[in-house]
Design a protein around this ligand. Structure first.
Ligand SMILES: *[C@@H]1O[C@H](CO)[C@@H](O)[C@H](O)[C@H]1NC(C)=O
Ligand SMILES: *[C@@H]1O[C@H](CO)[C@@H](O)[C@H](O)[C@H]1NC(C)=O
Ligand SMILES: *[C@@H]1O[C@H](CO)[C@@H](O)[C@H](O)[C@H]1NC(C)=O
Ligand SMILES: *[C@@H]1O[C@H](CO)[C@@H](O)[C@H](O)[C@H]1NC(C)=O
Ligand SMILES: *[C@@H]1O[C@H](CO)[C@@H](O)[C@H](O)[C@H]1NC(C)=O
Ligand SMILES: *[C@@H]1O[C@H](CO)[C@@H](O)[C@H](O)[C@H]1NC(C)=O
Length: 491
């Protein structure tokens, strides 16, 4: 088993507009970090305020006139307790023993000057998983069996909320479904052999860090839930905020890509709608439509440049989208009853890869090879069982074969490959196959047979050119593998 160390960060955003000059500080969980005021000494009448988070909570204050140095350790549920040090010469602030919950914006106010720090605390996790909204995900405890006196707890989020517990001695399995406003209600399953936790019907609210705690070990897992949207090149991709209307004090931001570039913003208190079309070399120019009722974003005339991860920030909530833009469609036609093979074009599935086959407009997951969790799954029960006993997944190449086809199996099959390229980021590539199923009865008129022959020849030519294109683009891709990286895995 490979154990990957992947770093995740809990990034919250300041919400009342973008500052270009934030000082970004990165720190590994557990370490200390100093936020430097920039002063060499304080003046007699200085008043220095340190604030944290989107609510600008006051966490430390210096009043030189009164010779008063104060840290407010009880705010924000005590997350800064015994962790703040104020330098009495410079007014700089040090946060010690950092955890993910110290990630965020720190605002330093020296009299009327304001300076901001964007602190990112990275945790080290044994495993991280990203899934599409609606999917089920099993978080593997790594235990093969439980011992008689085991107490196993699953906790979620920076508040370490208890969501499930196994008390082996009492033979008690408990899921706490009402915590966190019921976001886990009817969604948690505990494996009574291994203690593994399954979250079903995931939504973006289940993104976060899951902590497994037993008598002897603590393990952490990062889960990122995306909404996958797929679109053909040239078409519009709609990213739905899920809101029916905005509230008067809503602040909504859309951010794109690894650098979390701000591309659109709604500042409702001032009724201000802004799209930032000049960022990223203008790739979004004349292409962004912001719905003024719901805050949803539409990217029109998509190209593969618009493929990637989008983050929607609604006040403090973060919702993630992954937009896949298909620039080629491989058309395949198959006679009813026959098998059709969809060639992934991969020669091998590498460690850290996740390969998913999705079907239809709803992008229903039908098959998956997950090398991170060492798991191969075909989802036979989805879509009323229309794929039951019909899917063969090649565990070397990820190619999919559908056997005994019926007209129900006609449609778009989307292959999405997530690669674990390097720390902090995950790349993905995608491909679509349009399968048509013709029934043998209609196939045999002489004219139609000729048309079919011509069509197959054309499809053949098209396939060849796609393969050539694919090889070429793969080569190009390989050459610039470090550039073709989308999908930041920041939590
Ligand atoms: C700082 O302390 C002085 C003396 O106690 C007081 O007059 C002043 O109002 C304080 N300033 C602030 C901003 O609290
Ligand atoms: C500043 O802090 C240092 C060490 O913590 C201490 O020795 C010194 O007395 C302090 N100075 C003032 C003016 O409070
Ligand atoms: C574990 O769960 C399975 C199915 O849910 C059940 O049949 C089995 O009896 C359970 N085993 C124990 C030890 O509780
Ligand atoms: C919202 O957009 C519609 C159509 O684009 C426009 O007619 C309307 O005036 C806009 N409303 C506001 C409040 O901007
Ligand atoms: C699948 O595609 C790859 C590369 O495009 C090719 O080498 C391989 O022969 C194909 N496999 C089948 C079974 O057609
Ligand atoms: C992959 O498939 C081969 C042949 O179908 C099988 O023998 C092997 O056990 C499979 N490997 C895994 C990891 O499932």
């Amino acid at each position: 088993m490979f154990l990957k160390l992947v770093l995740l960060c809990l990034c919250l955003w300041r919400l009342d507009g973008a500052f270009g000059d934030d000082e970004v500080k990165r720190v590994k969980e557990g370490d200390s970090v100093s936020l430097n005021s920039g002063l060499t000494e304080m003046k007699d009448d200085d008043v220095i305020l340190w604030r944290f988070g989107y609510k600008n909570t006051l966490i430390a204050e210096i009043n030189v006139t009164a010779d008063r140095f104060t840290v407010y350790e009880d705010v924000l549920d005590g997350r800064f307790r015994d962790r703040l040090k104020l330098d009495n010469q410079t007014g700089s602030l040090t946060v010690t023993h950092t955890t993910a919950e110290h990630t965020g914006y720190y605002r330093l106010q020296i009299n009327s000057d304001i300076k901001r720090f964007d602190l990112r605390v990275y945790g080290v996790y044994g495993e991280f998983v990203s899934v599409n909204e609606g999917d089920s995900v099993s978080i593997n405890s790594g235990l093969t069996e439980m011992k008689d006196d085991d107490v196993i707890q699953w906790r979620f989020g920076y508040k370490n909320t208890l969501i499930a517990e196994i008390n082996k001695r009492a033979d008690r399995f408990t899921v706490y479904e009402d915590v966190l406003d019921g976001r886990f209600r009817d969604r948690l399953k505990l494996d009574n052999q291994t203690g593994s936790l399954t979250v079903t019907h995931t939504t973006t609210e289940h993104t976060g860090v899951y902590k497994l705690q037993t008598n002897s070990v603590i393990k952490r897992f990062g889960l990122i839930v995306f909404v996958l949207e797929t679109v053909m090149e040239g078409d519009s991709g709609s990213l739905n905020s899920g809101l029916t209307e905005m509230k008067d004090d809503d602040v909504i931001q859309w951010r794109f890509g690894d650098e979390n570039t701000l591309i659109a913003e709604i500042y409702k208190p001032a009724d201000r709608f802004t799209v930032y079309e000049d960022v990223l070399d203008g790739r979004f120019r004349d292409r962004l439509k912001l719905d003024n009722q719901t805050g949803s974003l539409t990217v029109t005339h998509t190209t593969t440049e618009h493929e990637g991860d989008y983050k929607l920030l609604i006040n403090v909530e973060i919702k993630r989208f992954r937009l896949a833009v298909f620039d080629e469609v491989t058309s395949v036609s198959v006679k009813e009853g026959d098998s059709v093979s969809l060639n992934s074009s991969l020669t091998e599935v590498k460690d850290g890869d996740v390969i998913q086959w999705r079907f239809g407009d709803e992008n229903t997951l039908i098959a998956e090879i997950n090398k991170r969790a060492d798991r191969i799954t075909v989802y036979e029960d989805v879509l009323d069982g229309r794929f039951r006993d019909r899917l063969k997944l090649d565990n070397q190449t990820g190619s999919l074969t559908v056997t005994h086809t019926t007209t129900e199996h006609a449609g778009d099959y989307k292959l999405v490959v997530y690669s674990d390229l390097m720390m902090f980021s995950e790349s993905f590539s995608s491909k679509v196959f349009r399968v048509s199923v013709y029934d043998s009865v209609h196939c045999c008129g002489p004219t139609e047979a000729v048309i079919r022959l011509v069509l197959s020849a054309l499809v053949g030519v098209a396939t060849v050119s796609i393969v050539v294109y694919d090889i070429r683009s793969r080569r190009a891709e390989r050459d610039q593998a470090h550039i073709h990286t989308s999908g930041s895995i920041e939590i």
